[in-house]
Design a protein around this ligand. Structure first.
Ligand SMILES: Cc1cc2nc3c(=O)[nH]c(=O)nc-3n(C[C@H](O)[C@H](O)[C@H](O)COP(=O)(O)O)c2cc1C
Length: 377
């Protein structure tokens, strides 16, 4: 089903960009977990629009009203439902897309799929706004993982061809992993961040848009989790990451670059360090045969440039079959990457927690004998 996901931890995301509200039902959360709502609010704020000229001017606080599944300061273990109201809507900006297809957007395909009955206001269910409930759900999962010694984080690897320094795939620490999220643009190298911001502003002034790449890492993942073929860690992460609108590519470890190497260059030598089996490099991105190796899990996600640009474009009226020029007004992100980064982090947390709970049941807190056994793999 399109907007439902998960095996042990099932999420159903509902709503449209300009419907009364959007939200999520999360079924399968461990009972008795004390969600830190202040930290969750800060996590969601990284996705919320209207903060600066790098994002759409639509102002939404993304406040999530928890209707059930949380009581006396902890999760009840029964379905948790959270609703986020849509308050700052300007539906008239979208009326032309009832018949005119925005190049690069889902107006035409959505019309075909839903026979014209879909709500096109603000992009409807195709809108980037639907990532707000995803980020809410992923933020809870991230907190649960953190309480178990597993850290998920991201940085912006590139925007419009300007690159940040990459995560160190072998010796990345949780502190470094969490540092970029504290900044205006989530980068390791501030000079690169300033250049990226300039490129976004140039595109915005030119009534255009730019894309980029987000790099995500997961630290502390126990070795031996996952499965070969169709249900490995890559598959799980991919199914959620491709649920984020505007994502067009995903690579794990060295990814496409590995295809240009020899085996002798790409293979990561196994070593024993402090009694633990590791690899001295990490081209495999922490996953071999769909199963975690115990090395940091590293992947990169490519976002296309925002489809809605206000430059004049050529399109067709798909109801009447006539050619037309199109000038898009309304409020749009000149670059999706700054807000998309936290969506990737949320997707990774959700994927990993679902997998761990499915394979290992309620995952124990760190420093217990059971957790020690798990981390040994
Ligand atoms: C956080 C976020 C914000 C987005 N904002 C916009 C936007 O302002 N304008 C736009 O055309 N697309 C935006 N998108 C992307 C579209 O929703 C997406 O391109 C469209 O639904 C077509 O899907 P596809 O690109 O995955 O094929 C956004 C996506 C995300 C994740």
């Amino acid at each position: 089903m399109s907007s439902m996901w998960g095996n042990k931890l099932r999420c159903s995301i509902f709503g449209e960009s300009h419907s009364q509200a959007i939200g999520v039902v999360i079924d399968g959360l461990p009972a008795g977990f004390a969600i830190d709502f202040e930290s969750l609010r800060q996590f969601q704020a990284r996705r919320a629009p209207g903060k600066n000229r790098m994002s759409t001017a639509r102002q939404e606080a993304d406040f999530a009203n928890v209707l059930c599944g949380f009581h006396n300061g902890v999760t009840t273990g029964t379905p948790l439902c959270a609703v986020i109201e849509n308050t700052n809507t300007r539906s008239s900006d979208y009326s032309q897309f009832q018949t005119l297809a925005r190049p690069g957007h889902a107006d035409f395909t959505g019309f075909l799929r839903y026979h014209g009955f879909n709500d096109i206001r603000g992009g409807g269910h195709f809108s980037g706004r639907l990532t707000a409930p995803l980020v809410f759900a992923g933020g809870i999962c991230k907190q649960i993982l953190e309480s178990r010694g597993i850290t998920v984080g991201v940085h912006i690897a590139s925007i419009a061809g300007v690159s940040d320094m990459p995560f160190d795939p072998v010796s990345l620490t949780p502190d470094t992993l969490l540092e970029p999220a504290k900044k205006r643009l989530a980068v390791l190298d501030d000079a690169a961040g300033a250049l990226m911001e300039t490129e976004i502003e140039k595109a915005r002034l030119d009534t255009d848009s730019v894309g980029g790449v987000v790099e995500c890492a997961i630290l502390g993942m126990p070795a031996g989790v996952g499965s070969p073929m169709f249900d490995g860690i890559e598959n799980r992460i991919a199914s959620l990451v491709f649920g984020i609108p505007a994502v067009k590519g995903l690579e794990f470890g060295l990814g496409f670059a590995a295809s240009g190497l020899r085996g002798s260059e790409n293979n990561d030598p196994f070593v024993v360090e402090d009694g633990k089996i590791k690899t001295s490099s990490n081209h495999h991105g922490g996953i071999l045969g769909g199963i975690s190796s115990g090395m940091p899990i590293i992947f990169r996600v490519a976002f296309k440039p925002t489809a809605s640009i206000s430059k004049q474009q050529q399109t067709v009226d798909f109801v009447h079959g006539t050619p037309s020029d199109l000038v898009i007004t309304g409020r749009h992100d000149p670059c999706i990457v700054p807000r998309g980064a936290v969506c990737v982090e949320a997707a990774a947390a959700l994927a990993v927690l679902d997998l761990l709970m499915e394979e290992r049941g309620e995952i124990p807190a760190p420093h217990t004998e059971e957790a020690e056994t798990i981390s040994r793999g």
